[in-house]
Design a binder for this molecule. Structure first.
Ligand SMILES: [Zn+2]
Length: 78
């Protein structure tokens, strides 16, 4: 089994972006972004209300108030 780490560097791209749904009571995808060398460039409070506005969130009663994080990876940041 090949255990080589798979990350954005293998695709020879100039940059990669992503966003993480920050769920306060769970381990969220921010852990993965940071593991693969992405830098958090912004934390957006009430992320779903600023984007789709109607996220079905298992952590919030009613409207989702979870924050989101925007991540950037560049070859020099890794
Ligand atoms: Zn929520």
């Amino acid at each position: 089994m090949d255990t080589t780490r798979v990350g954005p560097e293998q695709y020879e791209v100039d940059a990669a972006v992503g966003n993480a749904w920050l769920r306060p009571h769970r381990v969220d995808s921010s852990v993965l972004f940071e593991k693969f060398g992405f830098d958090r460039v912004e934390t957006v409070p009430k992320f779903a209300q600023r984007t789709d506005g109607d996220r079905d969130c298992p952590d919030c009663d009613g409207e989702c108030t979870c924050s989101g994080a925007l991540y950037l990876w560049t070859p020099t940041a890794a």
